[in-house]
Design a binder for this molecule. Structure first.
Ligand SMILES: *Cc1c(COP(=O)(O)O)cnc(C)c1O
Length: 353
C-alpha cells in the first residue's frame, strides 16, 4: 500500500468571514465597505485596455508605488505593494521575523497572525490585553524576535495613540515592529509620520476596507528602505508578479482620490456613532471604536443567541468562539439603511429574551 499521505502537510488555516451566495443577506461580517470604490476606480477599469493583458505587469508595480509614495510623501524605495495586505503581512513575517526569539502580539487580535507563525515556523508569545481589552505597551517590554500589532486592534476596534506607539518603539529598538493599520482611516492614529524617526518600524495598510476594494486585493507596506528591499527579495523568491496589471491601475486611481476616501470614511464614522448610541440604549456594552466595526456584548442576552437569531433573519455579523470573547459580537458598519434594519431586529431579539 502506498503511503504518500504522510508527506502531506498538516495545517489549520485561517477561516475568513463567510461569503454567502444568497444576495438578500445584509452582510455585516467581513468589515467590507458598504459604499462603492471611487468613481476614478470605475473610470480606470472602463479605460483599461484588455490587450495589455498579454504582457507581464511591471514586477515591482512602480506606477502604483509612485502614486502611494506621492500620497504619503515618502520615497518609492520606502513602499512595497502586494496582493492584499494579507499577502504583504505574510511576506513581512518571512522577511522580518527571522529570529530565534518569539515574536509578540496580543492574545485577542487578528487571528491570522498565529496561522502565519505556524506556516513559517515562527515562535510566538501572546500578550494578554488588559481587563478593558486595551493593549498595555509596558507588557511588550521583554525580549522578543519582533512585534506585530494592529492599530486599531481587531476585533476590539480600539487604537493606541502617538505617545504609546513611541514608547513601544523606544523600548524595542532591536526588533522589527509591524503595525497593521487595516482600519486606520476610520479615525485612529497612523504611525506613518514616525517612519523616518524609527527605522525598525513598518506600517502595513490595505485598500480593502476604507477604499472599498476588498475584491481587488491590494495592500501596501511602508518603511525603511532596507526592510522594503528585503520584502522585495522575499517576494521575488516566491512570485515575481503578485500584482496584476488591473490591480496596479485600479490602485493608482484609488490612491489619487483622497476626497472620496475622506467622504466615505466620514459617512461610516457618522453611522458608527449613531449605531453605538442605539446599541447602548438597548443594553449593550459597546467598545469605543476607531474602525468600521463595533465590538459589543449584551448585559443579559448571550452573544451566540443574538448571532444565530440574526442569521436566521438573513443578517450576518461575526461571532468568534474564542477564549475571553465568546460572549462578544463584531458588527461591520454598513449603510444607514442596513443599520436601521439591524437595530430593529436586535431590538426585537433583546426585548423577547
Ligand atoms: C482585513 C484585515 C487585513 C487584510 O486585508 P486584505 O484584504 O488582505 O488587504 C489585515 N489585517 C487586519 C487586522 C484586517 O482586519
Amino acid at each position: 500500500m502506498s503511503n504518500w499521505e504522510k508527506n502531506l502537510r498538516k495545517i489549520t488555516p485561517y477561516v475568513p468571514g463567510e461569503q454567502p451566495k444568497n444576495s438578500n443577506i445584509i452582510k455585516l461580517n467581513a468589515n467590507e465597505n458598504p459604499y462603492p470604490p471611487s468613481p476614478e476606480v470605475i473610470n480606470a477599469l472602463k479605460n483599461f485596455d484588455a490587450e495589455h493583458l498579454r504582457m507581464y505587469p511591471n514586477s515591482s508595480s512602480l506606477k502604483l508605488k509612485s502614486a502611494i509614495a506621492k500620497h504619503f510623501k515618502l520615497k518609492e524605495s520606502e513602499i512595497f505593494v502586494g496582493n492584499g495586505s494579507d499577502e504583504v503581512i505574510a511576506l513581512a513575517f518571512m522577511a522580518c521575523f527571522h529570529s530565534s526569539k518569539p515574536i509578540l502580539f496580543p492574545d485577542i487580535t487578528y487571528s491570522f497572525y498565529p496561522v502565519w507563525c505556524s506556516l513559517f515556523d515562527i515562535d510566538y508569545q501572546t500578550i494578554p490585553l488588559d481587563k478593558d481589552f486595551c493593549v498595555n505597551i509596558a507588557d511588550y517590554n521583554r525580549e522578543n524576535g519582533g512585534i506585530i500589532l494592529p492599530n486599531p486592534n481587531a476585533p476590539t476596534g480600539m487604537g493606541l495613540y502617538k505617545n504609546d506607539m513611541e514608547a513601544l518603539f523606544e523600548q524595542n529598538k532591536n526588533s522589527i515592529i509591524i503595525i497593521d493599520e487595516a482600519y486606520v482611516d476610520f479615525g485612529a492614529y497612523s504611525c506613518i509620520e514616525l517612519l523616518h524617526k524609527y527605522d525598525n518600524v513598518i506600517v502595513i495598510q490595505t485598500f480593502s476596507k476604507s477604499r472599498s476594494l476588498a475584491g481587488m486585493r491590494i495592500g501596501m507596506a511602508m518603511g525603511n528602505e532596507k526592510i522594503i528591499q528585503t520584502l522585495e527579495a522575499v517576494k521575488n523568491s516566491y512570485n515575481s508578479y503578485t500584482m496584476d496589471s488591473i490591480a496596479i491601475e485600479v490602485g493608482t486611481a484609488s490612491i489619487a482620490d483622497e476626497n472620496y476616501l475622506k467622504q466615505t470614511c466620514q459617512k461610516i464614522i457618522a453611522t458608527r456613532q449613531r449605531t453605538t448610541k442605539a446599541l447602548k440604549n438597548m443594553g449593550f456594552h459597546v467598545f469605543p471604536s476607531q474602525s468600521n466595526f463595533l465590538f459589543v456584548t449584551h448585559n443579559t442576552v448571550p452573544a451566540i443567541e443574538i448571532f444565530e437569531k440574526l442569521k436566521s433573519d438573513n443578517i450576518l455579523i461575526r461571532y468568534f468562539n474564542l477564549p475571553r470573547i465568546n460572549n462578544h459580537l463584531r458588527i461591520t458598519i454598513g449603510t444607514d439603511e442596513q443599520m436601521d434594519i439591524l437595530l430593529q431586529h436586535i431590538s426585537n431579539i433583546v426585548s423577547m429574551s
